[in-house]
Structure formats: structure tokens, C-alpha cells
Design a protein around this ligand. Structure first.
Ligand code: ZN
Ligand code: MN
Length: 487
């Protein structure tokens, strides 16, 4: 494992994460046949005696969940034990019908599904190593619904057990982060890994949750709970750093405590005192025999899909893309696949990649209704780049064609044909047309002198006379030039 490098001068901030990801790709819960898809269901309808923890029931371990957890542990470069043992973590809380959670524990010479792993951050030039303390498989508790805008003002709380027993993988890092920005880079990479593994859809509400502990130098550690999406984590940590800094600046000691992230008011608020580890009275779960996995690890390793880092290296090697470009593509698994499809149709990979990560991605990012990719296929982009390469269209025309393509789904070649811009009108010819329009459209010319928008009307008229065989930017240039000089 590469050595950890903590040479940051970010005021000695230390941040560690505890992340919970649901294995949303599973059909059923971790120990019973109830559906793992609890979202949007009538409260307390997706339950059975096992996940409700009724006396006399026995848990039955979901085989696929074990496989998925091993995949995550492998992707995070963890050591994996020969056998898995489950533990009971005892605590009394309304979201936990059994009063204990079936989880894993790294002690008594037993290890959870993964331990002592690491993930490399690619934050610009500096590569940083974040150590992974452990990866464990456990069950999700039920869901508490506070009937108020926030936890500290709730008049009453409702409990929904539909989620109880859903398979979770808990990932705990060492406190190796020195800034909220590093946390963001890490979580983006983790989300991408989970997406590539196909085990967790991080976009689903509540599918990934995060707790963060934050401390300055040797001051007390504060734990922030209940951060319900990866996007909120950075915000919560920034808030907590500011809060602790202002306490320290006023000479007030930071006390070790658990705070709750209120994502409505975007602040952390004090919550229940944290249990000490011994309070949980961990003991082995006698109802689940040890699971021997030693003989399965190699096959699972073999079957792992290509992970983001491998894909980036391959894109650099196979398509001669700059690493930066490859990373932007790989960060969006769909775009990466889209890119590879384009290259099958036309081989100028670099140019294709550039059009995807600049122009097309811009349209996709603004596309709230998810229609862009129903209209633009890899064939469209391949053809667009081919038209540029064969000098049939200029780059600025390609941008206009892209615009029309996104709106209509028409192929670039047919857009070119309709615009008749493959035979370009000469500048002299164009100047004659512009002159004619200026003479014909005196009123619009006057308007254009005071209102920029009026130029569009004139532009349209010129384009009509030119039968589209002109580059709009050039026409606009000529119009402005002639109108200003003749006034
Ligand atoms: Zn159940
Ligand atoms: Mn946990």
C-alpha cells in the first residue's frame, strides 16, 4: 500500500468518514425475502416477522449481498478474511425493532468483510491516499419521520419499518482528509466505483448516507450524523469547521459530541450523547453460522467489472486521450460508454472526446427532462466530427449544428443539407446580399442601431436570401460593420 501523505497546511483539520451504502441492486433484504425496494410504499407494508424481529424467527443470509460486499471491499483494496462472522450490536432505539442490529465487528480475531484498505485520490497533480479502516455488511434500521421541520422541534415522531433489514455496506475511513474538498473528491470517486460495480444506485434518496468526524489539531472530535446525500457532506463539514473555528477564536473549548446535520436549515445541531463502544455490548450472532468465503474471493475478483481507475488508464492508452479528459468521461459512466460507441463509428477519439465533454456535456447538464440523450446518439457525434475533419463544416458551424441536433435529433449531414451550408457563399456575394437587405429594411436597420436584438431579424433575412449558404457569425459581422459605417 502506498504511504499516506498528510503534508497539508490546512490548519491541521482532520476529517474521517463513516459511509453507509445500501445494496440497491439486491432484490430482497439482508436476512428475509422482503423487497429491498421500500421507497414509495405504504408505511410498514414491506415487512415480515424476520425483519420485524419477532421472537422465534431466524435470519437467513442473502448470498448475493455477501458477494456484493466482497466486491466493494476488493475495489477498496481491503484485506478479506477467510470467513465472515456477524455480531449483534445492542442498543435501544425506536428504529430498531429487535433492539440490536446484526452487523460485523473487528475484534476477537474476527474481521469484517474488508479491512486495512485504501483509495487513491486524484486531486490534480497531488495523489493522496485515504486509508480505509473497515468495510462491513449490516442491516439498515427502520426510518424515523420527524413531524416537524427539524429534529429538535418535532412534536412527535413516526416510525416506518419498510427499510428495516435492507442490506447496507458500512465503509469507515481513517481521519485522513485535510479539507472538505478532499472529501468531495473521495465521495465522487466512491460513487463512481459503486456505479461501475453495479451494486448501489447512489442517486436514490437515502441510498448513501454519511457521518463525518471533524477535529482541529488535538482538539476534541465532533461527529456529524445524518448527512443524507454525498452532495450535502461538503456543506455540512464546511459548516462544522466554521463553527469550531469561531468557538476556538473566542477561547471556548470544543467538546466531544454528536451533532445532527439539519439539511433544511443547513446547520449542525447538538443531539444525543454518543454511546461508547462498550455500551453496545457486541456479541456474536448465534443464529448465523460463520460463512466461509475464502474459496470464493478469487472468482469474485476475476469477475469484477472494469473500475474507474482502470478505465481511465485504458482510455489514455487505447485512445491517446489526455488523463484529464479521460477522467471527466469516466466520472460519468454513461458518457464513457457513449464515447466508446462513437469511436466505433469514427476513429478520431480525441476530437470526439472533446465534443462530448465540452459541448454535449453542457447540454446534458442543463437538460432537466433527460431528453438530450434520447435525441443525440453516438452516430450523431461521430458524423459531426467526421464532417469537421473533412472540412465540410467549420467548428463554429458544428456548434450551430450541435444546437439544432439537440433540439431536433436530426443527423448532422441532413442538417447541413437543409441549411445548404456545404456550399458556402463567397464574402463578396454575401456583402451584396447584406447591402440589399439594408436597403429593403430601413426600419429594422434603425432599430438595430438602438437595439441589438433587431440584428437577428436582419440576419434571418440575409440567411433567407443566401439560402442558408452563409455562416451566421460572418453575416452578423458584415451587418454590424455596414450599418455602423453607413449611419
Ligand atoms: Zn422481512
Ligand atoms: Mn453502521
Amino acid at each position: 500500500m502506498p504511504s499516506s501523505n498528510n503534508n497539508s497546511n490546512n490548519e491541521h483539520i482532520k476529517i474521517g468518514l463513516e459511509i453507509h451504502c445500501q445494496l440497491t441492486a439486491l432484490k430482497s433484504k439482508l436476512f428475509c425475502p422482503c423487497s429491498s425496494d421500500y421507497r414509495g410504499k405504504e408505511p410498514n407494508s414491506n415487512v415480515c416477522p424476520i425483519c420485524m424481529g419477532l421472537p422465534g424467527t431466524l435470519p437467513l443470509l442473502n448470498k448475493k449481498a455477501v458477494e456484493y460486499a466482497i466486491m466493494i471491499a476488493l475495489a477498496l483494496n481491503c484485506s478479506i478474511p477467510e470467513r465472515l462472522v456477524f455480531y449483534r450490536k445492542n442498543y435501544f432505539y425506536p428504529d430498531l425493532p429487535k433492539n440490536f442490529q446484526i452487523t460485523q465487528y473487528n475484534s476477537y480475531e474476527q474481521a469484517s468483510v474488508g479491512s486495512n484498505g485504501y483509495l487513491e485520490l486524484d486531486d490534480g497533480d497531488a495523489k493522496r491516499i485515504i486509508r480505509i479502516r473497515r468495510v462491513q455488511l449490516e442491516e439498515d434500521p427502520g426510518r424515523l419521520v420527524y413531524e416537524s421541520i427539524s429534529i429538535d422541534r418535532a412534536n412527535y415522531t413516526l416510525v416506518d419499518y419498510n427499510r428495516a433489514g435492507v442490506a447496507l455496506v458500512e465503509i469507515v475511513t481513517e481521519p485522513d482528509f485535510n479539507s472538505p474538498g478532499e472529501v468531495r473528491v473521495f465521495l465522487n470517486k466512491l460513487a463512481s466505483i459503486l456505479e461501475h460495480l453495479g451494486v448501489c444506485n447512489t442517486e436514490l434518496e437515502g441510498a448513501v448516507r454519511c457521518d463525518a468526524n471533524v477535529s482541529f489539531a488535538d482538539n476534541a472530535k465532533v461527529e456529524i450524523k445524518n448527512i443524507n446525500s454525498f452532495k450535502e457532506v461538503e456543506r455540512a463539514i464546511v459548516f462544522e469547521i466554521t463553527r469550531q473555528k469561531s468557538l476556538l477564536a473566542r477561547g471556548i473549548k470544543v467538546t466531544s459530541e454528536t451533532r445532527h446535520w439539519d439539511d433544511v436549515r443547513r446547520i449542525t445541531i447538538q443531539s444525543r450523547a454518543k454511546e461508547e463502544e462498550q455500551d453496545y455490548r457486541y456479541f456474536p450472532e448465534q443464529d448465523i453460522p460463520a460463512v466461509h468465503i475464502a474459496d470464493k474471493i478469487d472468482a469474485i475478483k476475476e469477475g469484477l467489472p472494469e473500475l474507474p481507475d482502470e478505465k481511465v488508464s485504458r482510455f489514455v492508452r487505447e485512445y491517446s486521450l489526455p488523463e484529464y479528459t479521460a477522467r471527466i468521461l469516466v466520472n460519468n459512466m454513461y458518457l464513457a460508454g457513449f464515447f466508446e460507441e462513437c469511436v466505433k463509428h469514427y476513429s478520431n477519439a480525441r476530437e470526439i472526446a472533446n465534443w462530448i465533454i465540452s459541448d454535449l456535456k453542457g447540454y446534458i447538464d442543463r437538460d432537466k427532462d433527460n431528453i438530450v440523450l434520447t435525441r443525440v446518439t453516438p452516430k450523431h457525434i461521430a458524423e459531426l466530427v467526421m464532417l469537421i475533419d473533412s472540412n465540410k463544416i467549420s467548428r463554429s458551424m458544428a456548434k450551430q449544428i450541435m444546437h439544432i441536433m439537440v433540439a431536433s435529433g436530426d443527423m448532422p449531414s441532413s442538417i447541413v443539407k437543409n441549411m445548404c451550408i456545404d456550399g458556402i457563399t463567397s464574402k463578396d456575394e454575401l456583402r451584396e446580399i447584406v447591402k440589399r437587405v439594408i436597403i429593403e429594411e430601413q426600419k429594422a436597420v434603425k432599430d438595430a442601431m438602438i437595439n441589438e436584438k433587431a440584428f437577428n431579424y436582419l440576419l434571418g433575412k440575409v440567411m433567407r436570401y443566401a439560402k442558408g449558404r452563409a455562416e451566421p457569425t460572418l453575416v452578423l459581422e458584415l451587418l454590424k460593420d455596414m450599418i455602423t459605417n453607413n449611419k
